[in-house]
Design a protein around this ligand. Sequence first.
Ligand SMILES: NC(=O)c1ccc[n+]([C@@H]2O[C@H](COP(=O)([O-])OP(=O)(O)OC[C@H]3O[C@@H](n4cnc5c(N)ncnc54)[C@H](OP(=O)(O)O)[C@@H]3O)[C@@H](O)[C@H]2O)c1
Length: 333
Amino acid sequence: MTWTSKEIHLATRPTGYPDGDTWSLVSAEVQDPAEGEFVVEVDHISLDPAMRGWLNDVRSYVPPVKVGEAMRALATGTVVASAHAGFVVGDAVVGTFGVVEYAKSNGRGVTRLDLDVAGAPTWLGALGMPGMTAYFGLNDIGRLQPGETIVVSAAAGAVGSVVAQLAKAMGCRVIGIAGGPDKVAWLKEIGLDEAIDYKSESVHKRLRALAPDGIDVYFDNVGGEILDAALANLRRGARIVLCGAISSYNDETLAEGPRRYMSLLVFRATMAGFVVFDYEDRYPEAVAALSKMVADGSLVARETVLDGGVEGFPEALLGLYDGVNTGKLVLKV
Ligand SMILES: NC(=O)c1ccc[n+]([C@@H]2O[C@H](COP(=O)([O-])OP(=O)(O)OC[C@H]3O[C@@H](n4cnc5c(N)ncnc54)[C@H](OP(=O)(O)O)[C@@H]3O)[C@@H](O)[C@H]2O)c1
């Protein structure tokens, strides 16, 4: 059998924000699986801020997407044909299938999903890669301790909202930073102690007022001015978790560095980056902890699911940098 798959391919490398020239919509033919392979019909595609970085021809933690290739993306789907000993037709799976309707896989990096535990979008969000990022970033890099004060940026997003709720469950004081009154209201609803709207308030002044003795952990998802505001409000021995810097991902020129980095010296603080993929061996530990919290209601897993199929990918990706999402941003195929 042959499956016709609509796919989004990288047409040219963008400068700044990806635009109409960046992508091409391609119709590809996916043939029957060979021995050791299976075919997946994709149902949900994950939109991730890091996708912008994968378009740059630079040395990074993964090779850049090649021009003319299907865009790389995590996705969920169902096995529709299999010549692989470990996967049968009907299995729900998650893997790096790309922005495609049908993908062929040899099973490497593919995990079977239990849809009774949670729906596919949650397996791309709180129980997927972003949830793992929150779990390992907070515990292993932030070394958060009960009773400490933590600040998290992009707090209403996929990683941030899990960070915030894990920290609350540990008995910490949690201050979230997000854009707009709706996101601030939601953060309060899920139990954060304080929420700052960076679009209408001075983050620096609010942090000074809310944490006059300084913050113990800053979980940085955005970089830029918000990072500077956090640096200016540290407590001695603070840890900054460098998870991401979405504020600069579409910059055409290199952003100015953190202006307040001397705070690391003054407050005997550390700032460390990490990549979630390095924790692959421990994913089961994180999934077990996070799914238990989803089941007992202490972790609210929220997703913003966009319709539009693979054709909707270019616009959906831009939405991420505009903050259209509360929780994990997912594209339905
Ligand atoms: N290190 C790792 O292994 C790893 C793994 C996964 C993700 N990450 C990083 O973690 C961060 C969050 O990723 P995510 O998947 O959870 O995305 P997300 O938070 O669900 O979505 C991105 C959010 O960023 C906010 N944002 C966009 N532009 C901004 C700006 N200029 N300043 C401040 N906030 C801005 C928007 O929310 P507002 O409406 O609040 O602005 C948007 O909703 C990203 O930096 C990503 O690259 C790192």
